[in-house]
Design a protein. Structure first.
Ligand SMILES: [Zn+2]
Length: 139
């Protein structure tokens, strides 16, 4: 908090501020100056003001960067999820195809067994007829 050069009263906030930008080797530094008015003697003087606005701008920039990072991560997650879903979708389709194939195989096997059983029945029937036991054991 700056002090009045006349009576040393601390003056809390400036009634006017302005910033001065200076190019440095690192880039640019911004210094805020303020015009203060002493509440005790009414003296007006210039002094360095708090860099609240600069800090605010920096924190907004920080938040924007953070949001950008989070957005990036979110987009990555979405992309990964989309790829995973695509892979799972393909896998599901493949599994359904495989199940379908297995079902057909099972059906074919059942058909084959059924016709084999039918043939065996016929064989049993003709053997019974041949041996003359068919009439004694009605079905
Ligand atoms: Zn003063």
């Amino acid at each position: 908090m700056p002090e009045c050069p006349e009576c040393n009263t601390a003056v809390e906030s400036p009634f006017k501020t302005w910033s001065v930008s200076r190019k440095t080797a690192d880039g640019e530094t911004e210094t805020i100056f303020g015009m203060f008015e002493c509440s005790e003697c009414g003296n007006r003087f210039r002094a360095g003001a708090k860099n609240t606005e600069v800090k605010k701008e920096l924190s907004i920039r920080g938040v924007a960067e953070k949001i950008k990072t989070i957005e990036g991560e979110f987009m990555n997650t979405l992309k990964n999820l989309r790829e995973k879903l695509k892979t799972l979708g393909t896998e599901r389709a493949n599994l359904l195809l495989e199940i379908d194939g297995l079902k057909k195989m099972a059906e074919a096997k059942a058909d084959a067994l059924e016709s084999e059983v039918g043939m065996l029945r016929e064989e049993v029937k003709s053997l019974k007829q041949l041996l003359g036991v068919g009439e004694m054991e009605p079905e």
